[in-house]
Design a protein around this ligand. Structure first.
Ligand code: ATP
Ligand code: MG
Length: 385
């Protein structure tokens, strides 16, 4: 029996472009090359948004040596065909086409993880791994995710959100809205990650400056109360109807207690790190060093949040714990965890191959269930014309 072709899509127009290359190659493509049932087909979206596929795109050295631009200049972008599944075509005198059995998105951040890719794949009616479009859109908006979570009874730090233009237009009315919050406060652009343009502030003056900074990066801003006596944990979750957690993991914070891009990706951090997943554990406690009840509470809250946001396939839920009050709060949810958080799943007993295969199985299961839904409805509407 021939193997099911699975396009692993990575790169794209995102600040996390390079992280996505590592996720795709190290955690998905390489393990799947050993699969007896699935065959990975690399699909690389370059920084301009062009789609390419070639066996050489599976080679990490192509990117690390900077040869990628030269290589792509000799390649023709793919043609995509959608409807009743997805077909990719290599153009040329003798064009070659492949019908995909499934798609494995491995993009992080904008133009991918944010729901745009899921929406495209949904339109194409092809099975795909990971969160669907609505859950991705919610997850990638810190204000929307907190609003939905708190509506479902999930504790979050007390927060207020507003549009950047409202602050620019009427500074005072936004500050009045924020006056119910107690310092110290965190100011965050709602759509960004990697701690970009995030500030911790202690006074009204700092608050205004921080909002102005955040407004340069995003059209929507969230301001929230800081959780004291902080323990941060992150919980990878997998599944459709009955999601299961991997190990609760506790990243080691840097000196000012805020994660930054450097500590996350360069020095190996909680995103899973930019190099081997094992070394990511050097910067986290796995499993987290928490009293039994608190560990169970974190696991439970993470699964509850995953369900409330409507996630499927995989996601990673970040929680903030006040170690004095023992209260657990939802911070954010990532629809495509860096490197799939494979190091954590491995420690939970799942090999890289099994992890990737299970995720494709879940994609096929969700697709099958969705095909059963009725999408047609016979009417006499057109008869009146
Ligand atoms: N309400 C809060 N109370 C205490 N610390 C917080 C709070 N919000 C954020 N932090 C700290 O700031 C860090 C960055 O915040 P957050 O996770 O919201 O941003 P991010 O840029 O989306 O990060 P990521 O790279 O995980 O996507 C957190 O990991 C945590 O250390
Ligand atoms: Mg975070």
């Amino acid at each position: 029996m021939s193997k099911t072709k699975v396009a692993v899509i990575f790169g794209s127009r995102s600040a996390e472009h390079d992280v996505s290359i590592v996720t795709a190659i190290a955690s998905i493509i390489k393990p799947l090359e050993l699969s007896a049932i699935y065959e990975p087909v690399p699909v690389y979206i370059d920084k301009q948004g062009r789609w390419f596929s070639h066996p050489r795109l599976k080679d990490i050295a192509l990117y690390t040596t900077g040869q990628i631009d030269d290589f792509l200049s000799k390649q023709k972008p793919l043609l995509l065909q959608m409807g009743g599944g997805m077909k990719i075509t290599w153009p040329g005198i003798k064009p070659k086409s492949v019908k995909l059995g499934a798609v494995f998105p491995a993009t992080h951040g904008t133009h991918g993880e944010d729901g745009e890719l899921a929406g495209t794949l949904e339109m194409a009616n092809v099975p795909y791994v990971g969160c669907d479009m609505p859950s991705s859109v919610i997850a990638m908006d810190k204000a929307l995710a907190k609003t939905i979570a708190s509506y479902e009874g999930i504790p979050t730090p007390k927060y207020v959100w507003f549009y950047s233009r409202d602050f620019m237009g009427d500074n005072d009315s936004v500050l009045t809205k924020l006056s119910g919050l107690t310092y110290p406060l965190f100011v965050k652009p709602v759509h960004l990650g990697s701690s970009i343009a995030i500030s911790k502030v202690n006074s009204a003056k700092e608050l205004i400056n921080a909002i102005e900074v955040a407004a340069h990066y995003d059209d929507k801003i969230i301001v929230e109360e800081a959780i004291n006596n902080l323990i941060e944990v992150t919980v990878p979750i997998m599944g459709n109807a009955s999601p299961k957690a991997a190990l609760v993991e506790q990243p080691i914070l840097n000196s000012d207690n805020v994660f930054d891009f450097e500590s996350k990706y360069i020095r190996q951090g909680k995103k899973g790190g930019a190099k081997s997943s094992e070394s990511a554990q050097g910067y986290s406690k796995l499993p987290a060093d928490l009293p039994k009840e608190l560990y169970a509470a974190a696991e439970e809250l993470a699964i509850k949040t995953y369900k409330a946001i409507g996630c499927s396939g995989i996601a990673r839920v970040d929680l903030l714990i006040d170690s004095k009050t023992k209260k657990v709060y939802f911070n954010e949810i990532n629809p495509m965890p860096g490197s799939l958080y494979a190091h954590n799943w491995k420690k939970s007993g799942l090999s890289n191959l099994k992890l990737a295969e299970n995720l494709i199985d879940l994609a096929l299961e969700r697709f099958k269930a969705k095909q059963k839904l009725t999408t047609t409805f016979k009417t006499t509407y057109l008869k009146q014309y």
